[in-house]
Write a protein that binds this ligand. Structure first.
Ligand code: CTP
Ligand code: CA
Length: 220
């Protein structure tokens, strides 16, 4: 670090980053979740802070450490993540949504542990969660909002549709079908998808991909 200090090219910028999975309670014991580790979003937060940004990391349940110099708001559910992200975004210059937010949440979580013998556990009524990335994009004005797309197939095509649907500036399309990319891995295979075109990236470590994304953010 002393020999190779980070450029302070994000000094004075406030960036909101969502990361990790969310857990949607079925009852006090059970939840709906996903395979996200939070590694990509935590790498983004660490690199952005190293480059001088004031970072608010809105982080779902994970056991990974929060990088030093990063303000972290811990959340469990998609609803909590939405509130924290919206609140931090009010005074921010940009947002990056790296979280794997649960798409559905139980409509009426039980306040006691459900018993499999006599309570309905085979049919759980679900309601769709709010799309945090789309909501931040609606409120962004001139600010930059970057999202991710986790795909197993038709990676670029699905990411292009998400870019249009959500109204963000860029989608980082992430192939989660490979052993060297996606949930829990240390590397990612990604494409940068924007309205000006699509750029394929080589397999990069998550900190390397984070720096590439921050270079792009800096340019925008
Ligand atoms: N996202 C979000 N809030 C949600 C769902 C998704 O902010 N409720 C964000 C993610 O953080 C990511 C982007 O939207 O930046 C794409 O998430 P992804 O799960 O790939 O896409 P979805 O739109 O949820 O569609 P699907 O899961 O069906 O592919
Ligand atoms: Ca989803």
């Amino acid at each position: 670090e002393v020999l190779n200090p980070a450029p302070q090219d994000l000094a004075g910028k406030r960036i909101v980053i969502t990361a990790g999975p969310t857990h949607e309670p079925i009852d006090p014991v059970r939840f709906i979740g996903n395979r996200s580790s939070g590694k990509m979003g935590i790498a983004l937060a660490g690199e952005a802070a190293r480059r001088g940004a004031a970072v608010t990391l809105v982080l779902g349940p994970t056991s990974l450490d929060v990088p030093c110099g990063v303000e972290c708001v811990r959340v469990q559910t998609a609803a909590e993540m939405l509130q924290a992200a919206l609140s931090a975004f009010q005074t921010a210059d940009a947002a990056i949504c790296a979280a794997a937010v649960a798409d559905y949440t139980p409509a009426a979580p039980a306040d006691h542990k459900l018993k499999k013998a006599n309570e309905r556990l085979d049919r759980i009524e679900l309601v769709e969660t709010v799309d945090i990335l789309a909501e931040l994009s609606r409120q962004k004005g001139e600010r930059c909002v970057i999202g991710f797309a986790a795909e197993t197939d038709n990676v670029v095509e699905y990411a292009e549709r998400k870019l249009a649907r959500k109204g963000c500036d860029v989608i980082i399309a992430n192939d989660v079908s490979r052993t060297d990319s996606g949930f829990g891995t240390d590397t990612n295979k990604a494409w940068i998808v924007s309205t000006t075109g699509t750029q394929e990236l080589p397999v990069l470590t998550k900190p390397q991909l984070a720096d590439t994304i921050l270079d792009l953010l800096q340019k925008l």
